[in-house]
Design a protein around this ligand. Structure first.
Ligand SMILES: NC(=O)N[C@@H](CC(=O)O)C(=O)O
Ligand SMILES: [Zn+2]
Ligand SMILES: [Zn+2]
Length: 347
């Protein structure tokens, strides 16, 4: 049995850092493990200009602890009226991708897209400039069962979109179903997907174990066991179309432990450890490095990292809460022990 695991330094291809005082907690957690992260733009108000992305990047960089190397990769938030000209400015500013949130699909998505056809001129500009499209792949139609919204999105939105933009690189973020894993696996090389640690580790029973468990609530919501198994199979398959994206999404504990609780699980404090747990359970620890450190940069057309991250087999329990500005942040699986621990990060 391996007791230490040294990986090429990984990247997080889907992350929410939030803003303001929250950065003092979120940025050090992520920078302690990851060399780069795709930073989601769903702030209030959302990041919709190159200028706003640059200012946000500077605030993130200012929160990186001395001695740590971390590069935030910035994204813009797609709206019905994001002008195509902004895409050129974004490209010049180093923005790498644009995020599609169907309006109302998830946290801070009110400004999202109401009809994908309204964004076609902007998508054309992205295709031309080589910016990726990242999608929250769920339809918002209240008639569609919550557990089916990802599968319906593939059929009704993603498939036609890929036909109309045959040269656009697309990442289906945080996939949660067998249908999505299969669709991505069978698609051409311009479609890939991120998978979270929590969707690899838990099925929907986790939401209701002994009572309602708000800290396991995220969107897309956890699914049945057969879907979890399909995600594990995809992540450990060695296919370059699947890579790590934590979707670590912090909220003040009081807003999750509420009559109407916010969607989002915080995992950045122990991200790679949670993935290691999932890969080990599948007997696929040897596949973790490619998933965490190779497939993402290869798909984005960025160089792989040169540093390393070392984990040791060790039973430890992460803190049950963290400061979060004036509030409290409770991570996923607070109080539960983990089997792996990061012991060294080398830039
Ligand atoms: N995943 C979540 O449940 N929440 C995310 C938004 C998102 O990624 O959909 C958040 O910003 O809180
Ligand atoms: Zn999302
Ligand atoms: Zn997210």
């Amino acid at each position: 049995m391996t007791d230490t695991l040294t990986l090429t330094r990984p990247d997080d291809w889907h992350l929410h850092l939030r803003d303001g005082a929250a950065l003092a907690t979120t940025v050090p957690h992520t920078a302690a493990q990851f060399a780069r992260a795709i930073v989601m733009p769903n702030l209030k108000p959302p990041v919709t200009t190159a200028e706003a992305a640059l200012a946000y990047r500077a605030r993130i960089q200012a929160a990186v602890p001395t001695g740590m190397a971390f590069e935030p990769l910035m994204t813009l938030y797609l709206t019905d009226n994001l002008p195509p000209e902004e895409i050129r400015r974004a490209k010049a500013a180093g923005v790498v991708a644009v995020k599609l949130y169907p309006a109302g699909a998830t946290t801070n998505s009110d400004a999202g897209v109401t009809d994908i056809r309204k964004t076609y001129a902007t998508l054309e500009a992205m295709q031309r400039e080589g910016l990726l499209l990242l999608v929250h792949g769920e339809v918002t139609d209240p008639e569609v069962d919550l557990f089916d919204r990802e599968a319906v999105f593939i059929e009704c939105v993603l498939e036609p979109l890929r036909r109309d933009f045959a040269g656009l690189k697309i990442v289906m973020e945080h996939i949660t179903t067998r249908e999505a894993a299969q669709y991505v696996a069978e698609a051409d090389g311009l479609l890939a997907a991120t998978i979270t640690a929590h969707h690899l580790l838990y099925n929907r029973n986790a939401l209701f174990t002994g009572g309602i468990r708000p800290h396991w609530y995220c969107l897309p919501v956890l699914k049945r066991e057969q879907h979890r198994q399909a995600l594990v199979a995809a992540a450990t398959s060695g296919s370059p179309k699947f890579f790590l994206g934590t979707d670590s999404a912090p909220h003040p504990a009081a807003l999750k432990e509420a009559a109407v609780g916010c969607a989002g699980c915080y995992t950045a404090h122990a991200a790679i450890e949670l993935y290691a747990q999932a890969f080990e359970a599948a007997g696929a620890l040897d596949r973790l490095e490619a998933f965490a450190s190779h497939h993402g940069p290869d798909f984005y057309g960025l160089p792989r990292n040169t540093g390393t991250l070392t984990l040791r087999r060790e039973r430890w329990t992460p803190p049950a809460s963290f400061p979060f500005g004036e509030a409290e942040l409770k991570p996923l699986a607070a109080g539960e022990a983990l089997g792996w621990r990061v012991v060294a990060e080398r830039a």
